[in-house]
Design a protein. Structure first.
Length: 134
């Protein structure tokens, strides 16, 4: 018998809205001022959170919990809006892809971008004022 992978669940606007109403987590280590630098200034200057505490803990033991303020716009990877903004997929690295989409989302007035890979990409906060401590 041949194993068949279950089809991936499609991200919908409803699921994205549920994520937007949920909590976000940021891990850090007190006293450690180092930051991950990619060389892409726009990307490096963003604030990153995760939609789950386990992913946030990969970046530090001290967890701060946030939520998006009412009215904040979250773009979720896999939605139709995301697909429109991403345009045609190119031969590019994950960093180049994520930064390109984040720039397009910022230009379109989004406050944050949720990426499927929460552990290594996370949710990029484009507008820090859209985030509040929970």
């Amino acid at each position: 018998l041949k194993a068949v992978a279950a089809p991936a669940k499609r991200m919908t606007a409803t699921v994205c809205a549920r994520i937007a109403r949920g909590l976000f987590y940021r891990g850090r280590n007190p006293g450690d001022t180092r930051r991950i630098r990619t060389g892409a200034t726009f990307w490096d200057d963003l604030l990153f959170v995760a939609d789950n505490e386990e992913s946030a803990r990969m970046y530090g033991a001290e967890i701060t919990t946030y939520r998006l303020r009412s009215g904040a716009r979250l773009l979720c990877e896999g939605t139709r809006d995301f697909q429109k903004l991403q345009g045609r997929r190119r031969q590019e690295s994950l960093l180049d892809f994520a930064e390109r989409v984040a720039r397009a989302a910022a230009a379109a007035g989004y406050d944050a971008v949720w990426f499927e890979r929460q552990t290594d990409v996370g949710t990029a906060v484009l507008n820090r004022d859209s985030l509040e401590r929970a």
